[in-house]
Ligand binder design. Sequence first.
Ligand code: NAD
Length: 492
Amino acid sequence: MLNQDAIDTLAAKDLPGRGHLINGRMEEPAAVLEVISPIDGKRLTTIAAGSEEDVNRAVAAARAAFPAWARMAPAARKKILIKLADLIEKHALELAVLGVRDNGTEISMALKAEPLSAAGTFRYYGEAIDKVYDEIAPTAPEVLALVHREPLGVVGAIVPWNFPLMIGAWKIAPALAAGNTVVLKPAEIASLSLLRLGELALEAGLPAGVLNIVTGKGSITGKALGLHMDVDALAFTGSGGVGRMLMDYSARSNLKRVFLELGGKSPNIVFADTANLAKAAKVSAAGIFRNSGQVCVAGSRLLVEESIMDTFLEQLAAEAGKLKVGNPLNLGSDIGAVSSEDQLAKDLAYVEKAVSEGGSVVTGGSRILAETGGSYMAPTIVTGVTPQMTLFREEVFGPVLAVTPFRTEEEAVALANGTDFGLASAVWTANLGRAHRMIRAIHAGVVHVNTYGGSDITVPLGGFKQSGFGRDKSLHALHKYTDLKTAWIDLT
Ligand code: NAD
């Protein structure tokens, strides 16, 4: 399916400015934000700079569309969601290229992780929704107690820039399947593919107002959605700082429920008894460096048993060296651009700080390909990272790996759990008992064993501790978008 000529043709297209999608109509924007491509630093197009008034209109459209959508038979909602999945697949390359021009993810990863994953998510929840039943409670015989699941109403979804379609679909698909209507606020530097998805949703037959997309700055558009008195829930993926603000918005407005999927500083633990160290090195390198490390579950802290540190580091640096950084639209690139100049500056500042605090850069550490005008960074490995250092504790969200040695299993557990986060993790060992002990001991939403990063829509994703609460994906996420209502019926 991936063909360089087809990619180049799509990438050469001029992109007209985009407005909001409100009440089934793509609007002309009243005010705009420039969209700069991280591939070459050039202006790509414009998106609408959403105001509070725009958000009010989108929420009103979603509220008006809610009763009919909620009452529609699940089998009818299913049909539309599956049609949307088909359309996303049909336009997969177009959506992937559009997204890559916007956020710089390498095309080989973007195609699979973005449109194809989003299509799978719409299909999964579409298929599920006419197979979930409500409950009859086991009460005394003179009573009939029914436990209904009802949609919440209007769901506000606020998503980040790293995988807009995939993460957007994780919110939109279960929310719509359960009968809610949605107002989506994409990240300002990755709105284009989601706006195109909105068009495809209309083509699939989604009624006007059921899905609205309002673009703009987080501090204006996102804030207006967060504070809105007629939004029933906020489904968020992004940074902990903004997650905290959303809880504050909820407290200051209508106590809307808030689901937060936040950052991570995930430990990737390699024991000396690992059966295949070469595989561990290759997978660990991909687990931190793909998409320039801009992956919430990235294995950004490597904990290595001291006795194999030198051997393993050598293998790992060799694997990092094999990863070609370059134009993300080129099929030959393993790693694309960092999403923006701001993000690149943050990544480089973290490396500088790590060195000033005692770390050593084994490979990378600098900006590369500056002559392209784009934002690129070499895969970076920093050794000698101690729990006191900033690089051990804070999420970089860039291609920077912190390496720390350990001597015992207990020490590995203490280091693994020694941050405020608890999103993902991995353990490499040939010892089955140790693998299970580690699964129990690590405080994280996922523990990979002898791999890193594997997942699909059938399993929940989300964090412990300050990595958030609420889970995306799987049937558990479907329940999140419903409320329980009890009917207690006296049969005497
Ligand atoms: P961010 O928190 O800066 O922005 C996320 C979204 O929030 C954007 O749409 C932004 O416009 C909006 N926003 C910003 N300020 C706001 C405000 N004051 N009010 C309301 N909305 C506001 O995050 P980002 O930089 O786009 O994404 C990177 C972060 O996302 C990282 O921390 C990463 O780990 C996390 N992430 C988590 C997961 C997960 O599933 N747990 C997945 C991907 C990314």
